[in-house]
Write a new protein. Structure first.
Length: 428
């Protein structure tokens, strides 16, 4: 077999392969063995026809076609392996010449894992993070804790911001009710900004049992196109008002919140927790910054097939996150004024996908350069961590025994170790 390599781009190659008579003869024997399984010859059971007998009874055109397929399949795998080229897709094959029994010449094109040239990854600029915990941040945590220990009490007074209410409402535009504008026994916390501007503020000052009209205007950037900037009237009935009674911040409160004997101890503990949280966030930010710097100073060709794969993954994750927020992708595109889904994909999504691919290729090259590996013990430890997270999901637990999932976990582990090495090299 003779092979020549032509680099079409930084991420795509074309191999030209020529096979000799002996290689075709070997492929013909493989082809005869396959064809013999289905050929029917008097005196022999189907699937039991000897190869020598099959050779005299098989269609020559079928034999030549099968021989060509088998010869090319073996040659493609052998040629890319011999040239130490890692393909990212099934190669596209084009036969240039085929003389049965004598020679085959074909080309095989494929996107490949490109060569990455790393920048000096030991001299990156490490951002300095100054961690401070303010009194305001501590007080905000305490306020959330007070909410957790609060009591609820129904009142007959006028509604105030912060109260919980139950309301009925009907929204009309030009005296016609519009879709999504009606609610019964709807629970609304005043000040939560759950409704359009003016709605919750309009309830403040009314007492339980009152019915009133709220004349409002939808925001110009509202997600529903037919309601953008629309003037509407919400006929609203305030059915109940419940106030929240917050506990005093004293030593009794501190004791309820944890193993503390004073407010000072509680605040000290909150400060420790906030500090630890900020340290974790700073560590993650540092990792991202170092990887971004390394990508910028490295030469990283980007295979289109990897970008497309990442775009599909990003779109799926993004659509799912929107669903959790009660939005569809179409509504999001409308809010952000994208002319079409393709326009969104070609800008926001593609840019993010390229960034991910570059980071992945750079870290893969760094792991090879630094000879970073994930041991079986480390992999098993990570698998066990994942299993604990899904301990109550038998179907999910089964997935952790599949080669695909374990390979994915191994890749994540290797990436984590590589990023940790990058941090270590730049923070000595």
């Amino acid at each position: 077999m003779k092979t020549s390599v032509k680099n079409l781009t930084d991420t795509k190659v074309q191999l030209t392969v020529t096979l000799e008579p002996q290689e075709l003869a070997d492929a013909e024997q493989v082809a005869l063995t396959k064809l013999a399984r289905d050929i029917k010859v008097p005196g022999f059971r189907t699937g039991k026809v000897p190869v020598a007998v099959a050779a005299k009874n098989v269609s020559q055109s079928a034999l030549q076609e099968q021989t060509l397929d088998d010869a090319i399949s073996k040659a493609v795998a052998t040629a890319f392996l011999a040239e130490d080229i890692q393909v990212l897709e099934r190669p596209t094959v084009e036969v240039k010449k085929y003389v049965p029994g004598e020679t085959v010449e074909f080309t095989a094109e494929a996107e490949i894992l490109p060569a990455v040239t790393l920048g000096d990854y030991t001299k990156l600029k490490v951002p300095t993070a100054k961690l401070t915990i303010t009194t305001k941040e501590i007080d905000e945590v305490i306020e959330r804790m007070r909410e957790g220990f609060s009591e609820k009490k129904a009142v007959e007074r006028e509604a105030q911001t912060g109260d919980d209410t139950i309301i009925d409402f009907v929204g009309k535009r030009d005296d016609v009710a519009f879709d999504g504008g009606t609610g019964t026994d709807y629970a609304l916390k005043l000040g939560s900004n759950s409704f359009i501007p003016g709605f919750e503020e309009g309830i403040v000052g009314h007492k339980p049992g009152e019915t009133f009209d709220l004349k409002l205007t939808f925001p110009k950037d509202y997600h529903a196109a037919d309601l953008k900037g629309a003037k509407v009237t919400f006929t609203t009935t305030l059915k109940s008002v419940t106030e929240t009674i917050l506990p005093e911040v004293d030593d009794v409160f501190a004791a309820k919140a944890g193993p503390f004997t004073s407010v000072a101890e509680l605040k000290a503990d909150i400060k420790r927790e906030l500090t630890a949280q900020k340290e974790r966030e700073a560590a993650e930010k540092l990792k991202d910054e170092l990887v971004n710097q390394l990508v910028e100073m490295s030469t990283v060709p980007v295979p289109e097939i990897l970008v497309k794969d990442q775009m599909g993954s990003i779109e799926q994750d993004f659509t799912q996150n929107l669903m959790y927020q009660g939005l569809t992708l179409e509504q999001y595109l409308e809010q952000k004024n994208f002319a079409s889904k393709d326009k969104w994909l070609d800008t926001e999504v593609k840019d993010a996908a390229i960034k991910r691919v570059k980071a992945g290729l750079v870290l893969a090259e760094l792991s090879k350069t630094e000879k970073i590996q994930a041991t079986n013990e480390e992999l098993e430890a990570h698998v066990e961590l994942y299993k604990k997270q899904y301990a109550n999901n038998p179907e999910a637990l089964k997935q952790f025994e599949t080669p695909e999932v374990r390979n994915d976990i191994a890749n994540r582990l290797l990436t984590e170790k590589t990023v940790e090495k990058l941090v270590e090299l730049n923070t000595k």
